[in-house]
Ligand binder design. Structure first.
Ligand code: PLP
Length: 421
């Protein structure tokens, strides 16, 4: 099946859902066991099946299967938010004494998780303030367990060299984890460029309507966990499951099997089946929405580029963008809906003069949303950290929605005028 067909119809089994055409919401916690032996096999992970909704749920399974297929992976695990998906992905392969290498220009929430909370539990994260592969290479040592990047860095909208970073990670026998939230699998499938693990905040484009928190981890199934002795958690017995060895029991799906059997069991940050249902509704129109998000964003970016009171415009599909070549390589169908720009006027007046754009911290919603990072999401960073993250006082980040483009342009033009009064 092609992408669009999978997004709309993938994995539906009408008989299983009483012939109802729309997937029911499995608002359910526990599942009855046909026999004691069946229960024993479930608890020993010898057979696949439902025990308790902290581990599996049919509504969640629907989005897990679809998103895994859309990304080209072997399996997926839904979580309660993008942050919990990222936390599980890291804890699945790193512990106290281990290290992670990432960019300093990542989503603010991930930056906080990595710089404070992971540090508290003894995982040290190296933030690279450069796009140079050599700088990433210099930060890798024998304690490094993975590279972590974002396909399109949020909020500075930087396109990552996924292939270069995947090759680098593999040279040192470690996986590349890619946060593909802003690109979505419709615009980029990082696994095709060598990425090993994909994470998403499904809160954004995948659900698409700003109504459901959620996250997901996708396993490419391509990383060999037994190639060195860095990943013993997959290749040695897990005592909490009678000594099961994940690579032996689950083959190339060892990563995602352990994420579910071990971490979501222990951490409990499972996705609500209702949110999985909302996310599934969103997935069914993902390809159509992304096309219009990209079309509107490119039109607005071009308009802003020629506007006399705009200091700069950041959008990877502008020919003037330093990321244009990377965008053409990694984002063949469009550069998503995030635009950055600098307003030559009063930032606060600009934000407050907008009528159609909603001032909020979100992206990937059908509605146009604007964020003023220096005043909100990045407020807690020091001046040095702000500079490293590339956040200046005139910087606005907008997620362009699906409204009529002429109304969007008029709203921005009007607010620019008022910001200069
Ligand atoms: C929003 C976001 C997250 C965090 O996701 P939540 O669902 O809000 O927890 C992580 N990464 C990126 C790129 C995001 O935009």
């Amino acid at each position: 099946m092609e992408f669009e067909t999978l997004a709309v119809q993938g994995f539906i089994d009408l008989k299983k859902q009483n012939n109802s055409v729309s997937m029911p919401i499995y608002a359910n916690t526990a599942y009855s066991f046909d026999s004691v032996q069946y229960a024993v096999d479930l608890f020993d992970l010898k057979t696949a099946g439902d025990i308790y909704s902290r581990l599996t749920n049919p509504s969640n399974e629907m989005i897990e299967k679809r998103i895994a297929a859309l990304e080209g992976g072997v399996g997926a695990l839904a979580a309660s938010s993008g942050m919990s998906a990222i936390l599980i992905a890291i804890l699945n392969l790193a512990g106290a004494g281990d290290e992670v290498v990432t960019s300093s220009k990542i989503y603010g929430g991930t930056y906080n998780l990595f710089s404070k909370t992971l540090k508290q539990v003894g995982i040290n994260v190296n933030f690279i303030n450069s796009d140079n592969l050599e700088d990433y290479e210099n930060a890798i040592n024998n304690k490094t367990k993975c590279l972590f990047i974002e396909t399109i860095g949020n909020p500075r909208i930087k396109v990552a060299d996924i292939e270069g970073l995947a090759n680098l990670a593999h040279k040192y026998g470690i996986p590349l984890i890619v946060d593909n939230t802003v690109a979505t699998p419709y615009l980029c499938r990082p696994i095709e460029f060598g990425a090993d693990i994909i994470v998403h905040s499904t809160t954004k484009y995948l659900s698409g309507h700003g109504n459901a928190m959620g996250g997901i981890i996708v396993d490419s199934g391509k990383f060999d966990w037994s190639q060195n002795d860095k990943f013993k958690m997959f290749t040695t017995p897990d005592e909490s499951y009678h000594g099961i060895i994940y690579t032996e029991a689950f083959g190339n799906a060892a990563f995602i099997a352990k994420a579910r059997a071990h971490l979501i069991r222990d951490l409990g940050c499972s996705q609500s089946p209702f949110n999985a249902y909302l996310t599934q509704l969103g997935l069914e129109t993902l390809h159509v929405r992304m096309e219009r998000h990209c079309e509107n964003a490119l039109k607005l970016a071009k308009h802003l580029e020629s506007h006399p009171n705009i200091n700069y415009v950041i959008y990877p599909y502008l020919e003037s963008s330093p990321d244009y070549e990377a965008a053409k390589k990694y984002l063949k169908k469009g550069a998503s809906s995030l635009i950055g720009f600098g307003v030559d006027g009063d930032g606060t007046k600009f934000i407050e003069a907008l009528k159609l754009f909603i001032h909020a911290t979100n992206l990937g919603d059908v509605r146009s949303i604007i964020t003023y990072p220096a005043g909100t999401t990045h407020r807690q960073l020091s001046d040095k950290q702000l500079l490293e993250a590339g956040i200046t006082n005139d910087f606005m980040r907008a997620s362009i929605g699906l409204e009529n483009i002429d109304d969007i342009i008029q709203d921005i033009d009007n607010a620019i005028k008022i910001s200069r009064l």
